[in-house]
Design a protein around this ligand. Sequence first.
Ligand SMILES: *Cc1c(COP(=O)(O)O)cnc(C)c1O
Length: 411
Amino acid sequence: MSDPKSSNQESSIPRRLNEKNVGQSTLSIWGGEQEHELYERATQVPVVHSVSYTYKDIDTWQNVALEKEPGHIYSRNTNPTVRAFEDKVKELEGAEAATSFSSGMAAISNVLGTFLKPGDRVVSIKDSYGGTNKIFNDFLPPLNIEVTLCNTVDYEAIEAEIIKGCKILYLETPTNPTIKIMDIKRLAAAAKKVDALVVVDNTFATPINQNPLALGADIVLHSASKYLGGHADALGGVICGSKVLVKQVYHYREINGATLSPMDAYSFIRGMKTLKLRVERQNDNAMTMALWLEKHPMVEQVNYPGLESHANHDVAKSQMRGYGGMLSFSVKGGLDAIKIFLPKLKYAHMAANLGCVETVVGPPVTTSHVECSVEERAAAGIPEGLVRYSAGIEDIADLITDMEQALEYLC
Ligand SMILES: *Cc1c(COP(=O)(O)O)cnc(C)c1O
């Protein structure tokens, strides 16, 4: 501030947010936007539906292409709308850099594709997202990449596998659909000892509730299709980390082509302005619903990290600011009971997604573990009578009344 040169620069960009102590709501709203030239004084980020960008002279064009000057060349690489979205997430994750993808799975496969070579080893968990689990089991082994999947909450066993040496430690917390919690700080510390890259899928927690980079992760990633967008109307993924790491993944993605579309980026920017409001409400709704379900006679078990009964409540408490909008619970009577009571809910979609403003419910049989056999689900500790519940932002009194009348059909 005392240097006149830098204060001149500041006055030309009045709303720069790279100051400390800016709150998460402010970041969700202004993050990424003040860095961009707004189109003809429009207050909102424009949707730039342009494949390419034109130049009047070859030298400038070449300088932009060589990244010596800021600008865009071709939208598979960069696009102004897409960049505003990336910068918004970057601010919320407290990262140096971010890049985005056409889906959450593209983010995951591009991160793995960037850093893994034949002969490398990955350590991860059995409870990772279904698509991620498929990559680990079906797509990496034929490339001569060894994958070791550990029991999710056996931290000691995971540490023992890490210490044997690995290129990537891949974590996800909370997990789907049994809402297990992994100790990011503890496992990242073990990974540092063997120079492994720590990647964390933060989709369920959102940056509002958890910032894995601050806990020792190298790369944090999201399916933006869930909480970031929040309205179940756009597909995308995003990763954040150091400039050096993100640049490598960006390069892999710009060549392989899993680019986020500007219209979806715009939906995410718009959705993210209410991210904190939504997530705080979802945290509250999930907590109240979990406490209510725990007392219901037809409910066998409730999995929610905010409950004292959760096996890793203490870890959740120390690494999360809120416990999230996702819970699961099992009912007496298994899948047959679920088939009776779930369709009776008036204020919940029975659907495969999660993290949106509407409450969404579904059993693992049709969502996360649709491709598994009954035996495989049992081996993974997933009861057939489990319901995954993504709390929306409706009034909690209505959600509980609704749940009560639906569960009546089982009594
Ligand atoms: C949905 C989801 C993904 C995959 O994201 P898509 O956008 O559907 O490709 C990855 N991880 C988690 C935890 C998810 O919930």
